[in-house]
Design a protein around this ligand. Sequence first.
Ligand code: ADP
Ligand code: G6P
Length: 473
Amino acid sequence: MPRLLLVSNRLPVTVKTEKDQVSVVRSAGGLATGLSGPHERSGGLWVGWPGDVSRLSQAQRAKLEEQLAGLRCVPLYLSASEVSRFYEGYSNRVLWPLCHYLLERVPRQDRDWDSYVKVNERFAELAASHYQPGDTIWVHDYQLMLVPGLLRKRLPEARIGFFHHIPFPSSEIFRTLPRREALVRGLLGADLVGFHTTSYVHHFSNTMLQVLGLETEVDHVTYEGRTVHLGAFPMGIDAEAFDRLAREPGTLEEVKVLRERAVGQRLLVGVDRLDYTKGIPRRLLAVQRVLEREPSLRGRLRFIQVAVPSRTQVEDYAAYREQVDELVGRINGLYGNMHNVPVHYLYRSLNERQLAALYRGADVMLVTPIRDGMNLVAKEFCAARPDEDGVLLLSEFAGAANELCEATFVNPYDVEGMADAILKALDMPASERQPRMRALRERVKAHDVHWWVGRFLDTLQAIPTPVKPQASG
Ligand code: ADP
Ligand code: G6P
């Protein structure tokens, strides 16, 4: 197995400072949580951003670097201007909404492109400086779409893979980007470009045809004399670890406490980064409709929504947070009583045990993004149900919908339809819940993160590199 050099904007850990104490915490988001296990096993390096270090003293920075080195993480520090222009700007104000079909959120002028280019160059430079002949380089996600091409220039012989963790939109959408050509050429520096689903692969193929006039074969395209392979590799989770955690006495104790506080109540759960793609407002409205339509459920229905703060400096995220706060307040004002409120809203991150307990205690899990590359929360929920119980309500527009066929599907734009689905899920007999959950768990276990990494890397490894790396020594 060659040494693996992972390159992503976000490292699996993010720096945290509390009263002069510097530590690192698990990063939220599918990329970091999903790849952490494979990184620990691989013995390779991970190049990425550890978060904002601007307030750290020299000594604190040195301590952080020591901790990161222990985790085989190579930090790339972003300056304040790069955070605001590369990360919050081009990556999260332009590419993120565009890939999620939210064109109206894309600013009218893309002022931050030059910063995106510069930071991609910095990533390529740093990754290249750690490269040893024979290494496999695996670049991740939309923040670094130029990196494969920049690496190819520096290391023509290297084996380079790229994985796009978010939806690749229809070419009709992608083509609206003024910088479409540079971005597509950037990706084509890789030997293998992977997506979660075959429709994202088709969208990318169409985009190459429309933007560069490149005709693709089923799974490859010839570009500048090289063959670039394409494929769908649906990402999985560490299912075994979640399953194990969900069976541990400590977790079961937490489930017990959760259920004791909700005696006689049905429990709905939502777990997301607080992101406008996650469909939280319409989900809340659906819960409100359930309470309006079924007075008998008032006081007997509890919805726990946990949302981890994300990209808080981007205005659309701040506005979204206000919208969610307001809706929660409105529903609780309408349907709460002296003892109870229907919506328990936590604006914070939970640790893995707390997450597993919440998944395991839920009657119905609400995963209703308006669009999502994959959505790992849906898979974590199934893995955390060794009791083969619980109902998964899943958006048709999540990549996970392609695989998790036994979920109850909803259109996240249809509030009334979601309310119907919640009521149906609450009434679903055990004789239906169990076979569905059993089948879901089998899928999640069979196609876990190790299967995903193996399939991607085996495919990449089987591709002949343009020039054979020279034997060292
Ligand atoms: P995204 O990558 O868009 O955030 P995913 O569902 O694919 O969406 O991945 C989210 C990851 O972040 C999951 O591994 C999930 O456990 C984690 N996560 C989401 N919300 C929280 C939270 N409130 N506390 C802790 N972890 C969270
Ligand atoms: C999604 C993206 C990741 C990103 C994560 C968290 O999963 O695909 O690339 O790391 O969200 O977002 P953040 O902006 O905090 O890195």
